[in-house]
Ligand binder design. Structure first.
Ligand code: TMP
Length: 240
């Protein structure tokens, strides 16, 4: 399948039309941003790793019965996905306190949560992706009640599958962000699953004072070793 005109350019990916109106091609860049685009940089090789890793995750989840947008990987940076209409919600699942959760609720990073949590942000860069609840989402007609219920169920199912998957690789899944889309009347998992969108900590380090991040926090927090962290996650996934 070949790229036609560019439809969209985001912070980390470009989207192109194809000859098939149901499909688009996503092209992963090395560009990295944080804090709603305030911090900008590049992570060499990130696009290749995120493309391949996200595709592996989507295929793993499909096998577990979770419908995704994945169609076919074309090459290192390009993948054919279903042309979905994105539900403008960022869906965040957490297993261990970190990041904005720790800040907002005054819980030390690395505190195991009594149960996994879900939260929604309104996907809107101008507003800085504000946290919203399901009543707000319904009131703003961002999704229907049925869609929100489906998204919640799917997000927790993704968490269970991914937690187990990463545990076997010696990695604790701390939290992650998902996006969903509508395709032919069905809610499917969309966007990407990568070190850009998940917190991965070296196993057994979440309950110590110093954890080892193998994810984009190394870029957000200027921890150094950013490229190596992406490479390490990918090596554990594929042996490459
Ligand atoms: P947070 O603790 O900053 O709210 O982030 C929670 C998770 O969501 C973390 O794994 C990083 C991911 N995330 C994104 O993928 N995109 C974003 O814009 C933000 C703020 C977080």
């Amino acid at each position: 399948m070949e790229k036609k005109e560019q439809l969209y350019e985001g912070k980390a990916k470009k989207v192109y039309a194809t000859e098939n109106p149901d499909y688009v091609i996503v092209s992963y860049k090395d560009d990295a941003t944080a804090f709603n685009g305030l911090k900008k940089g590049t992570i060499a090789g990130k696009g290749v790793i995120n493309n391949k890793m996200s595709n592996l995750m989507m295929q793993m989840l499909e096998k577990k019965g979770i419908p995704t947008h994945f169609v076919e990987q074309i090459d290192d940076r390009n993948t054919v996905v279903k042309k979905v209409q994105i539900v403008p919600l960022e869906v965040i699942i957490r297993n261990v306190a970190a990041g904005s959760f720790s800040k907002k609720y005054g819980v030390a990073e690395g505190t195991l949560l009594a149960n996994p949590t879900i939260e929604f942000s309104y996907k809107n860069d101008e507003l800085g992706d504000p946290l919203i609840n399901t009543y707000h989402a319904l009131a703003l007609k961002l999704a229907t009640k049925e869609e929100i219920e489906t998204i919640e169920k799917m997000a927790f199912a993704v968490n269970e599958a991914m937690k187990e998957f990463f545990k076997q690789l010696g990695i604790d899944l701390i939290d992650f962000k998902l996006e969903f889309g509508r395709f032919k009347g069905q809610i499917v998992l969309a966007d990407e699953i990568s070190p850009d969108t998940c917190r991965f900590w070296e196993a057994g380090t979440w309950d110590t004072t110093k954890h080892t991040s193998l994810d984009k926090d190394r870029f957000r927090r200027d921890l150094g070793g950013v490229e190596d962290a992406y490479k390490e996650i990918f090596r554990r996934l594929t042996g490459e």
